[in-house]
Design a protein around this ligand. Structure first.
Ligand code: SIN
Length: 487
């Protein structure tokens, strides 16, 4: 355990299965490292197939009673959970920074973001409405109600290890479902800390389990189960495709939040400062390890050189370091393989004709850091523009006109987030209409929040999280045709 977590009662090195904190049945452990030092933060059990089956059967037993409670009873438990998350914001943030590496100020924002989902869905629990549809035939009524899907599962990533859990668990609980969470091996402790608080809030035993350990074997038990009725996954498109195939045999419902290759289009008429600041925040949040961050930056040729220089100057001034240092702007990447991957991306881009304006290498010293990097002279066919980067590298690509940049932005198998900066209202509407993306930020990059629907198209996945639409992922529509109503 690192010194930052000494005595922290939310820091649990056990799995939470069927309402019990415990070691895995085979007693094997998995170490979790602080990516900024390489030190061990702690160890979690490697849950066995039997542990997962036990979590599933406890969820099955608990779900019926939970669904039978009134929506406002479910909402009360969730509101208590929300209040506990808010109260323990600092401890939760420190746990996240220890295992994920992101600067503390980003961890605090993520805890706030997570709490907002729990509060929002506690409110939405009472608004799962049905319909009465006018019947085309006499003496009948067409009644539509929504029922919980049942037992559900979430497989969550290491880049937003708290909010991706809150965004899935909260709508599931609100709808009356049970959930088994499989957090990333790199960041299990924040998931376990959330479970400590859920238990304290009064969530019934078994309704929420957190199974730790190796993803493929645990997830296979989940996807093979006839009891689990829904899987929600956030992660890479590659893994998503495997899970989609695995879910075919049980015809399991799915939500898939997969990879992105977000274009950011900077037109010559943009508000210069807003575009620069927006791009900085978008590109370097979480060290560039987000599915919605700037992956290809298209800058109109008339301003490209000056804009690139101004952006590179700002990027070079960022302070890289351990997240516990409050002056740090950007933390480490999640592991050394990620930092090595960044070096390989830069080398390949240079080989294909790009020029390093700033950054481009791993700094000396411990930790999985990589310098904020800006590349000029990039074209849309280079590997750096075609693949998701997932790190602090910014390829700048020039363009001349609207039609050209729309075609270039849409030339990707991904379709999650896209952004543009322009002060021309007509252009903002035309371009955002034409972008084949689930999310479009217009003169704004901080677009994720609890009231807005988050999700992609094409190989970025399907389903929506957050907003009034997010709860639809956890309900089934039941149609009752009521006849015999003639006197
Ligand atoms: C993600 O990158 O997976 C989510 C980021 C967000 O919600 O802003």
């Amino acid at each position: 355990m690192t010194s930052e977590l000494q005595g922290n009662r939310l820091f649990r090195q056990q799995a939470f299965i069927a309402g019990v904190w415990r070691e895995a049945s085979d007693a094997e452990k998995h170490p979790v490292y602080d990516p900024s030092t390489g030190d061990i933060v702690g160890e979690t059990p490697l849950c066995s197939n039997e542990d997962v089956l036990e979590a599933i059967s406890a969820a099955h037993a608990a779900q019926k009673n939970w669904a039978a409670r009134t929506a406002s009873e479910r909402a009360s438990v969730m509101k208590r959970w929300h209040a506990l998350i808010v109260r323990h914001r600092e401890d939760l943030s420190r746990i996240m920074t220890s295992e994920q590496g992101k600067p503390l100020y980003e961890s605090r924002l993520e805890i706030d973001f997570s709490a907002a989902f729990v509060e929002w869905y506690a409110e939405e629990a009472r608004r799962v409405y049905g319909d009465i549809i006018p019947s085309p035939l006499p003496h009948r009524q067409t009644l539509v109600t929504k029922q919980p899907v049942g037992v559900t599962a979430a497989v969550t990533p290491w880049n937003f290890p708290a909010s991706m859990i809150a965004r899935k668990v909260a709508p599931a609980l609100a709808a009356g479902c049970a959930m088994i969470v499989k957090p990333s091996e790199q960041t299990p402790f924040i998931a376990l800390a959330f479970a400590v608080l859920a238990e304290e809030a009064g969530l019934p035993a078994g309704l929420l389990s957190v199974v730790t350990g190796s993803s493929p074997s645990i997830v296979k038990v989940i996807t093979d189960s006839a009891v689990v009725r829904k899987l929600s996954f956030t992660g890479s498109t590659e893994v998503g495709q495997i899970l989609i195939r695995q879910c075919a045999d049980t015809v399991m419902r799915m939500s898939m939040e997969l990879g992105g290759n977000a274009p950011v289009i900077i037109f010559e008429d943009c508000d210069w400062d807003a575009a620069l600041d927006g791009l900085m925040a978008l590109k370097f949040r979480n060290g560039g390890q987000t599915c919605v961050c700037a992956n290809r930056v298209f800058v109109q040729n008339s301003i490209r050189e000056t804009f690139t220089k101004a952006f590179a100057d700002k990027a070079a001034a960022l302070k890289l370091g351990r997240g516990f240092d409050e002056a740090v702007d950007i933390g480490p990447l999640i592991h050394q393989a990620a930092a090595d991957g960044m070096a390989a991306i830069v080398a390949r881009a240079v080989e294909q004709g790009a020029e390093i304006v700033t950054g481009g290498k791993q700094p000396e010293g411990p930790g999985c850091f990589f310098e904020p990097t800006v590349l000029a002279g990039v074209n849309r066919d280079m590997d750096v523009a075609r693949n998701e980067i997932f790190g602090p590298i910014t390829p700048i690509i020039g363009f001349d006109d609207e039609a050209e940049v729309i075609a270039a932005a849409n030339d990707s198998e991904f379709g999650l987030a896209s952004y543009m900066y322009t002060r021309d209202l007509g252009r903002a509407w035309r371009v955002s209409d034409a972008l084949e993306y689930g999310l479009v930020g217009i003169n704004e990059v901080a677009i994720s929040n609890e009231v807005a629907p988050f999700g992609g198209v094409k190989q970025s996945g399907f389903g929506r999280e957050g907003s009034k639409y997010g709860i639809d992922e956890y309900v089934e529509i039941k149609y009752r045709c009521m006849g015999g109503l003639a006197v």
